[in-house]
Design a protein around this ligand. Structure first.
Ligand code: CA
Length: 482
């Protein structure tokens, strides 16, 4: 064990699904450099986002708190950047700290990064080409491809440091976020037909109406800007879905290719500096993404592909390599874990569970029994994804869609009642059969509801009033009725 405090590099991508990482079993691409982190350290099999959306996940990672505590519940609720974060804790303990790339929690007015010695971030969604950066000196355009440019800037900042203080850099990529614009050097890749996932033709037979209403369908909801060309005429619905899937995946995977290369650049650079073994290097995505599963693209929903964050971590001087962590961890846990690895105090406000002890074997905290989820951004005009909360254990997933704001004005009546879904992840890992109203699962559902409410209360959140109005109907009932 090194006496020196580790340097810290957190590489965070935007919308990179675990299914598009080879060490997570990808059948569509290879990511040797990202995999290398897991080979030299740990790969996390069950790391989940507590609110599977860009800005909220970023805020949870940084502050170590849930959305209802840090206030970043949706894409339109910017961060109060004066909140304590793991970075402000590191800085107070003598670390040099920097934030490079996609901040995406608001601009100006107290929303710009705080607690960093240096920050240089793209505005709002930002561009894949010649991105506009904002730093304390103002705005400027940096020519080049975003994934390459961000990596350059992060490396340049570390290279500019003098003295022996440990440093922490957050390298937050835009890729592979919509609209998926790859670099021409990868244009030749993935031209062969890309296999579709098993659940591509999901018929939604037992799901809630909330799930069925979401506009996340490849065939219906990917537009010409996403696809960069007009689909051929005369295709059937099934043919159109396949055509769009291929086009979408080509660009998505090409964007991932540049990420993998740039992760490799960081690894090689750390090695050249002789600092790889002494660095806590993390790779994660702010949440997962649907790559055609259930006929969907995008995220938001509590289904596995969206909920799961790929996460790999290495720090050879402190933890052994080639390991897989299968317990439940979340984005809220990152802050305290990083701080413990660095030997720096957590902030008392932080709500996570440090999993550092799981990796070192030294005083591990009791394992998490489940994870609490809440997607707050209800029914936005582009995706119509319903707000919901839920609870996932190693075996089951319970979800409540409360359909807030879908009432008839002035009547207090809900057009769409609250709805439940329950999945048995062992019997039905693809989440195709909602068993919320299956009598065989009634006891399990009651137990999970209780566990969810307990966890919700422990975290200082509260249930939606509709949950207790007796209006809750299952997917099957709502389907029959409507
Ligand atoms: Ca995202």
């Amino acid at each position: 064990m090194s006496a020196r405090r580790p340097n810290i590099v957190m590489i965070l991508t935007d919308d990179h699904a675990a299914q598009a990482i080879s060490s997570y079993g990808s059948v569509v691409n290879r990511t040797p450099r990202i995999d290398e982190i897991g080979q030299l350290g740990w790969r996390f099999e069950n790391c989940f986002a507590t609110n599977a959306l860009c800005s909220p996940s970023r805020a949870s990672i940084l502050t170590g708190t849930y959305s209802h505590v840090n206030g970043v519940t949706t894409l339109v609720t910017p961060i109060d950047a004066s909140q304590p974060t793991f970075v402000s804790q590191l800085k107070a303990a003598g670390y040099k700290t920097a934030m490079i790339g996609r901040w995406h929690m608001g601009d100006g007015d107290g929303h710009d990064p705080q607690g960093f010695d240096y920050w240089d971030v793209i505005l709002e969604q930002g561009e894949y080409w010649n991105p506009v950066f904002l730093n304390p000196d103002g705005k400027r355009v940096v020519e080049g491809y975003a994934t390459d440019v961000f990596t350059d800037l992060a490396i340049d900042w570390v290279e500019s440091l003098e003295g022996d203080d440990p440093w922490c850099v957050l390298l937050y990529h835009k890729a592979p976020h919509r609209p998926w614009e790859p670099h021409p050097r990868h244009q030749h890749l993935y031209t062969d037909p890309i296999p579709v996932p098993d659940t591509f033709d999901d018929d939604y037979a037992t799901r809630s109406s909330s799930t069925r209403r979401a506009l996340l369908r490849l065939a219906d909801n990917l537009n010409v800007e996403d696809l960069k060309r007009t689909p051929p005429v005369g295709l059937s619905y099934e043919e159109l879905a396949l055509w769009k899937y291929q086009r979408y995946m080509e660009d998505y995977l090409r964007c991932v290719e540049a990420v993998d290369e740039n992760v490799g650049r960081v690894i090689d650079w750390l090695r050249e500096r002789g600092e790889f073994d002494d660095t806590l290097l993390m790779y994660a995505s702010d949440q997962g993404f649907f790559l055609g599963e259930h006929g969907w693209f995008d995220k938001r929903m509590m289904f596995e592909e969206s909920l799961r964050m790929p996460m790999l971590l290495s720090y050879p001087n402190a933890v052994k390599g080639g390991r897989v962590h299968s317990g439940i961890v979340t984005n809220v846990d990152f802050a305290q874990t990083i701080l413990e690895a660095a030997g720096v105090e957590s902030h008392p406000r932080m709500q996570g569970r440090s999993f550092w002890g799981d990796l070192t074997g030294v005083d591990p905290e009791p394992p998490a029994e489940g994870m609490y989820y809440r997607y707050w951004e209800h029914d936005d005009i582009f995706h119509h994804a319903p707000a919901h909360y839920g609870y996932r254990t190693d075996r089951y997933k319970l979800i409540y869609y409360y359909n807030d704001g879908m009432g008839l004005p002035g009547t207090g009546a809900f057009v769409y009642p609250g709805e439940w879904e329950l999945y048995d992840l062992v019997a039905d890992p693809a989440e195709l059969r909602n068993v919320a109203d299956d009598p065989a699962y009634s006891e399990i559902r009651a137990r999970l509801t209780e566990a969810m409410l307990r966890e919700q209360e422990r975290l200082g959140d509260s249930p939606h009033p509709s949950q207790f109005e007796g209006t809750a109907a299952s997917g099957a009932e709502a389907h029959a009725a409507g």
